[in-house]
Design a protein around this ligand. Structure first.
Ligand code: CAA
Length: 240
């Protein structure tokens, strides 16, 4: 039986590459999305991967969304918590909404999705949760107190839940991407981005597929002894 996998924010950017890569490995993939229905429809039409809409920052919506997915496709074995937003700005200009949106969606989303799926994985004795953190959660980033705090929180969340899942066959790992050539990074002002890329030893932005290959490994049977880890895929930007 194919493993059932949910990828949050799975119809665009890094998430879309992860959805495709897991499908290519034989998983039954469902891509969650929040806002861009047109892109999600186009993604489903092109890939054959069903897309389902809910806000990962909304606790009840995650519980209901995952229950519907499980009823339609079977128990959820793999969750990739990829959905995330930026609301960049220096602290003295950042609003509470900018802070709260990022904490609610990026970090709260991991909790909400785990609450909806981890108990079942634990009962069935097998599961994989992959949380997408960030180099900026490891190193901090000027103009991102909200995002760096949420992503850093994801790394702590990962290590704590890994301890709870270990003896039940549920592994919980994080990937910390560097700057990847997605719409999110394209929104960084060009002169700022040029300076950041100049400090990446590999000398370029990463590709979404390079993150997806890490996810494929961490979700595989072969990775059963890997838990609580953070895989940094950042072109050498931050070594840790
Ligand atoms: N370190 C020190 N000082 C910095 C700095 C840095 N990294 N970046 C900017 N500054 C300074 C500037 O030199 C400037 O100083 P002066 O006023 O003395 O000239 C001052 O800060 C203000 O800079 P800006 O004009 O850029 O300020 P702004 O308010 O217009 O914009 C900002 C601030 C929104 C933070 C903008 O600099 C920005 O977008 N930075 C990029 C943040 C970033 O990397 N985001 C990543 C998004 S992608 C992502 O998050 C994915 C992932 O996981 C990697």
């Amino acid at each position: 039986m194919a493993r059932v996998a949910i990828v949050t924010g799975g119809t665009r950017g890094i998430g879309a590459a992860i959805s495709r890569a897991l499908k290519a490995q034989g998983a039954s993939v469902i891509a969650n999305f929040a806002g861009n229905a047109e892109k999600a429809q186009a993604f489903s039409a092109e890939t054959g991967i069903p897309a389902r809409c809910w806000d990962v920052g909304d606790h009840e919506a995650c519980i209901a969304g995952c229950a519907e997915v499980a009823a339609e496709f079977g128990p959820i074995d793999i969750v990739v918590n990829n959905a995330g937003v930026t609301r960049d700005g220096v602290l003295h200009k950042m609003t509470f909404e900018d802070w709260n949106d990022v904490m609610r969606i990026n970090l709260g989303g991991c909790f909400n999705m785990a609450k909806a799926t981890f108990p079942g994985m634990r009962e069935r004795g097998w599961g994989r949760i992959i949380n997408i953190g960030s180099v900026n959660g490891q190193s901090g980033q000027y103009g991102q107190v909200n995002y760096a705090a949420a992503k850093s929180g994801i790394h702590g969340f990962t290590k704590a839940l890994a301890q709870e899942g270990a003896k039940y066959g549920v592994t919980v790992n994080a990937i910390a991407p560097g700057y990847i050539d997605t719409d999110m990074v394209a929104a960084v002002p060009a002169p700022v981005l040029e300076k950041i890329v100049a400090k990446i030893p590999v000398g370029r932005l990463g590709h979404a597929e390079e993150i997806a290959r890490g996810v494929v490994f961490l979700t595989s049977e072969d990775a059963g002894f890997v838990t609580g880890s953070t895989m940094s895929i950042n072109g050498g930007q931050h070594m840790y």
